[in-house]
Design a protein around this ligand. Structure first.
Ligand SMILES: Nc1ncnc2c1ncn2[C@@H]1O[C@H](COP(=O)(O)OP(=O)(O)OP(=O)(O)O)[C@@H](O)[C@H]1O
Ligand SMILES: [Mg+2]
Length: 499
């Protein structure tokens, strides 16, 4: 796989137009990570596009390019593009469980989700919110049959099989009806599906009294963000309005009455006068009756047997509310959908047009997509050559200081798994030192004079070389090949457009 960047400017100017090509070759470079930087309008997106086009044409179809396009200006011939916005149905499920026993699982899915959540909004989740979000999600997965401690439960049902069984039933809502309430649900118009073993009503009819039964999950699939929102909402309602609060009230009453009973019983032993004894006996009986009826009330309100736990874990309504709101906000973002982007499998270049997303949404999108690509790459194992390139324009948007920043992780760890990163940004100062020191190639385009000193230091280039740069005309290109690890920066003339 090769990129023809242009020709050496020195030879061209001093040797009568001699063309010494500046070529990047994936089989010669120390690694295929690359950075492009330069002032706005210097031609970064243009060079990124040329690089993708040139490399994809010489890759024998063995390399897939994932192009994250923030401005909708990275279109390349032969690509397959999908636009993400509020009005397109495409997206992905951030709660998808990878069933691999070594690389996947419920805990990893939750961790990945939480680290994504922490990238959005103005602040990270606090320790209490994070603990509660984790517990909530663990319970949600458990309710779907995904047990965090048992990898055998991480395999979802086959989507083809689900589609077959659901054919013609797409508009139904299945209800979670306890056996004892079957007559009541039938009275309200629900019907029994013998194949799927569940009561159901048409989606439009799911209203009024029928809402007392939650929708039932008839197939085992990863929960979605919308499921997480609904799950949190039900929990809040239960705690706030009713079931558990009632159970707790009764239980407290049981304890109060039992204590009263105990006090009287002790007193009885000490008292000797008959009338006093009779009075106390009566109060004792009353206390016992009250304790028994409270206890009965408690037993009647207990539904799941986990009420006590829940009240303890979810006791802070503030924390619960903030976690719930965070989930709702995420769900409102247009990228968490269940229809996977319909990229053409025959195309080498998959472009993700994220120009219509808000900045936070785009960040989240790139974070989730890159972390999914990194997980897939690790699972694929070591590769002798490049398999995937993630091309990220406007990369400064996605860089953060934390350890689990995906751009840093990929530049440090993904090469051996065949996954490489091409990142473009306006200033080298946007990239971490780790990132810059891991690059196999750097393309420096025109830099603003106020940044010459800083860039020279940052990139270890002589300042006078930087002074030769002209927008859209030339660039300083450093390609570090295996046999020449000291590679200098080459001042490279770009071909004239259309040449
Ligand atoms: N080498 C070139 N030859 C001809 N036209 C070019 C060249 N490089 C860039 N251009 C054109 O110049 C304009 C600006 O380039 P480009 O969009 O790539 O800049 P950029 O560095 O990505 O800017 P921004 O940071 O604002 O995104 C575009 O219209 C592009 O087609
Ligand atoms: Mg650009």
């Amino acid at each position: 796989m090769q990129i023809q960047f242009g020709c050496a400017q020195w030879n061209y100017n001093n040797e009568g137009g001699k063309v010494v090509p500046i070529t990047w070759d994936s089989s010669a470079v120390v690694n295929a990570h690359m950075m492009v930087c330069g002032k706005s309008g210097s031609g970064k997106s243009h060079q990124l596009k040329r690089a993708i086009h040139s490399a994809s044409r010489t890759s024998d179809g063995t390399v897939r390019f994932h192009v994250f396009d923030r401005h909708g200006d990275l279109g390349v011939p032969g690509e397959s593009v999908v636009k993400f916005s509020e009005s397109t149905p495409f997206g992905f499920n951030p709660l998808e469980v990878n069933p691999d026993p070594h690389f996947g699982g419920v805990r990893k899915a939750i961790q990945k989700f939480i680290s994504g959540v922490n990238r959005t909004g103005s602040h990270k989740l606090g320790p209490l919110q994070e603990a509660l979000m984790r517990r909530l999600l663990e319970e949600l997965y458990a309710s779907r049959g995904f047990n965090k401690d048992d990898y055998r439960t991480w395999v979802p049902q086959d989507s083809y099989e689900i589609a077959e069984k659901m054919r013609g039933k797409e508009s139904r809502v299945f209800l979670d009806v306890p056996y004892a309430q079957r007559d009541r649900v039938k009275e309200l118009g629900a019907r029994w599906d013998g194949d799927l073993k569940a009561w159901w009503v048409e989606r439009d009819a799911y209203a009024g009294d029928l809402l007392m039964w939650d929708p039932k999950v008839v197939f085992k699939v990863s929960p979605t963000l919308a499921d997480a929102v609904a799950f949190a909402e039900r929990k809040m309602k239960a705690i706030f309005l009713g079931t558990n609060a009632a159970a707790m009230g009764h239980l407290a009453e049981v304890n109060r009455q039992a204590a009263a009973f105990h006090r009287i019983a002790t007193k009885l032993n000490k008292e000797s006068r008959d009338e006093e004894l009779e009075k106390l006996q009566k109060r004792l009986e009353e206390a016992r009756d009250k304790a028994m009826s409270s206890y009965k009330g408690y037993l009647n309100t207990v539904e799941t047997g986990r009420e006590l736990d829940e009240v303890i874990h979810y006791r802070s309504m503030d924390v619960m509310t903030s976690v719930y709101e965070r989930l709702c906000n995420l769900n409102a973002i247009g990228i968490f959908r269940n229809t996977l982007p319909p990229h053409d499998h025959g195309a080498a270049i998959w472009r993700y047009d994220i120009s219509a997303l808000a900045a936070d949404e785009a960040k989240l999108f790139v974070h989730f997509k890159l972390s999914q690509m990194f997980d897939d790459a690790r699972q694929r194992g070591q590769q002798p050559c490049v398999r995937e390139i993630a091309a990220v324009d406007e990369a400064e948007m996605y860089f953060t200081d934390d350890d689990d920043n995906m751009l840093n992780t990929i530049s440090k760890e993904a090469r051996k798994f065949g996954l490489n990163l091409w990142a473009a940004s306006q200033s080298p100062a946007h990239f971490s030192e780790d990132f810059i020191s891991n690059l196999g190639a750097k393309v420096i385009l025109y830099i603003d004079p106020t940044k010459w000193d800083a860039s020279a230091r940052n990139l270890k280039i002589e300042r006078k070389k930087i002074e030769h740069l002209r927008p859209r005309y030339n660039g300083l290109i450093q390609i570090i090949n295996n046999d020449d690890v000291k590679s200098a920066y080459n001042l490279t003339l770009f071909p004239k457009e259309g040449a």
